[in-house]
Design a protein around this ligand. Sequence first.
Ligand SMILES: [Zn+2]
Length: 155
Amino acid sequence: MSKFHLVVLIVAACLSGMIIDHRLVDSPKEITASASDSDNLYIWYAGYNDEYFGDNLPRDTVITQEKIDSDSLANTVFNKSDKRFHIRFNSMYPIGSRLSHLILLHEQCHIETYDEPMNDNDAEPDHGPRWRACMLRLETMGAWRRLLIDNYKGN
Ligand SMILES: [Zn+2]
């Protein structure tokens, strides 16, 4: 996810009141209060794999927070050594749980469509037609509405 995507998400978030409304409470189904951020990412990944991907994504995906290139909020790579996907959140940008959910789904679509042609720098998958179809499928399943609208209490 690029900085451009972050700007789009922040604008969408502001329009939906998510950033300026501090009364927000995340769904207990999605947030495990006692778990660490890293634990939460694995819990959310597994939940989304079940709910939106038919449990067809690998269950052994590694999710880390580390310093990656400054143009990316996160990226997904397939590590040939351990033969596992690695979703790497950029530790340079602490982003909170709601944006982490959005980014995680974005990256899970990369895993689903990983054999789609690579982009110019050959480092990570492109946002091609299959990735777009995955994201649009999530839209029809209500993923974005749930995160950006319905997950707010008091409305
Ligand atoms: Zn991407």
